[in-house]
Write a protein that binds this ligand. Sequence first.
Ligand SMILES: Nc1ncnc2c1ncn2[C@@H]1O[C@H](COP(=O)(O)OP(=O)(O)OP(=O)(O)O)[C@@H](O)[C@H]1O
Length: 303
Amino acid sequence: MSDIDMKQTRAESNEQRTTTTVGETEEELQSEWSAYEFDGQTKISVSDLDVYYGSDQALRGVSMDIPEKSVTALIGPSGCGKSTFLRCLNRMNDRVSSARVEGSVTLDGEEIYQDGVNLVELRKRVGMVFQAPNPFPKSIRDNIAYGPRKHGDIDTGLLARLLGDANPEEEEDLIQRSLRQAALWEEVSDRLDDNALGLSGGQQQRLCIARCLAVDPEIILMDEPASALDPIATSKIEDLIESLAQEYTVVVVTHNMQQAARISDQTAVFLTGGELVEYDDTDTIFEDPNSQRVEDYITGKFG
Ligand SMILES: Nc1ncnc2c1ncn2[C@@H]1O[C@H](COP(=O)(O)OP(=O)(O)OP(=O)(O)O)[C@@H](O)[C@H]1O
């Protein structure tokens, strides 16, 4: 189906919807939006995902396809499971002893919840940036080089130096490239050996993004990456997220609906109880959502 046909079909179904909203069940509405196909290749496919912490269920039957090289926003009220969902995408919930994950998550068609998956390799492909900037108490340079050194992508250890395998130029290139990609190079190029903790909060967060990029991920998960920042630093992070989506698949949790509307291509709305209530392109979610609950949430009637 072409883009135009798809939009037309959606417009027609929207028309029908306005006349039939009363009496429609959530299941009916959900089957309508879940038939929607995004442009672009699916990078991550989630099917029937249930997550429990002990006997409490945090996510219920979540299914969604996340297209590559785009920004997908996850929104919803506190406690609805956004962070839990995000952490399922690189198996960070494995670190929570009470967490149990059922269902399927595939990355480029490969199941990540199967025996034998190398979690270090998975988390290299699926990087993560957290709410509060968390640079290591080391130099800016060492923050960036930490991951590539750990993964053996660059080796500057004593043995490598003795064997002549160390490549300081390669390391410099990588540091510069990562900082440029994170829009931080201009601000720190003359103080790479300074402690990263001396940077402002916004600079620290961009450093954490640069650190994530340095290991060459395909997907970047961000959990409220700008919530601890002032408006100017927030706007830099938002610009950065949009530009990263040209090369990377970005999934971002945010409490800020304007931010989701500004930066994302598609938006998933989770509501209390850990259900994914609606997932669609961002304009549709904010201008013409299927579900009354989503409309109420978007317009601030609850949440
Ligand atoms: N490590 C944990 N142990 C037990 N319960 C947890 C844990 N992490 C999250 N939960 C519970 O799972 C549910 C979903 O939490 P989650 O943090 O995923 O929601 P959220 O939508 O990201 O919330 P917020 O917007 O407040 O960050 C909540 O009821 C929460 O209390």
